[in-house]
Ligand binder design. Sequence first.
Ligand code: FE
Length: 383
Amino acid sequence: MMKFRCTVCNYIYDEAKEGREFSILADDWTCPVCNALKIAFVPLAEDREKIPSKQKTVSDVLVEQMAEWGINYVFGIPGTSSLGLVEAIRKNTRIKYYQVRHEQTAAFMASAYGKLTGNIAACLTVAGPGAVNLATGLYDAKLDHAPVLAITGLVKRQLIGPGSFQEIDQHSFFEPICVFNKILMSEDQTTRLITLAIKHALVDRGVSHISVPNDLQKLPHEADVLPMQGRIPNRNILQCDHLIKDAASVINNAKRPVIISGFGAIGQGIKLLQLAEKISSPIATTFRGKGVIDEDNELYVGSHGTIGSTAAAKLVRESDLLIVIGSSFSDMTQIPQKRIIQIDIDPMMIAKNYPVEVGLWGNSAELIPKLTEAEKRMHLEPL
Ligand code: FE
């Protein structure tokens, strides 16, 4: 029996509890909490590792805990200060290790994996130069709000401070990049610290970093892995009907609304088209939002912004209302200051550049259909 996590809201589908295998659920089955599609779910660990407890090390427990919370991929380069961790990954059948040629690639791979799947992957390097090489890829994850776990080796605990080969102040280096940044200082912190790191990366949508001192990695250690269920909040947020009605009323009174869809509407193409059809609105996307809807649909007018389409630029220029969904208002997208209805899962993105008529904080999977439902009349004006 397996468990699956909704990458949108963190709801956990437990096959044992539900009495039905996840694989036999209909393709149009959606998350009972946030309405996300079935493809938004990722598996958590199915079988724990069978390493005899006497032989277990801190690294074995740490890696086992990572697998339990759904980490299946680690990208990295091995080296002296990370060999204990690399060996634990080798022994763990749940985790696949991909060796790269430069640490920056490992960080970009983990970042891309996080952006495209909503699940979390890890990158692993040695201390010092290997660790700092992660920076560009990790900044990519930070700025695109992708969950990533970075694990780095570190000099032996007794050498932190006095100075040693490849010793730098790793903690300070990673501090501006990370939503969670710690050094594992004793074996009894192992499961607690790694689960907190994954939790922060998933809930705060960013990079978590743990340095593991070399001497600690191979120390014998035994601890029960901590299941994810009951240890992570559900991220489903929904606005009250009053605000949704306010937004619908603004749309009702608009003559030429245009939808601008960002990456935050990924997987919601059909719902987006239903809204667009009802209000006779074209759909433009941001650059990162490309592919959010079927681009052969007649309502799709291309991307908006510096290298966007002429049609999108003209329609947005002539519109009297923009409905912006899941966009970070990048300067590349060049969303102009107009009347705006905005939907975003990150409250700090609402009214980021300009004031909005109505800001709806929450999941687009739930808010788009609610808005469509609340919209009373069809716009009859042809495009
Ligand atoms: Fe969900």
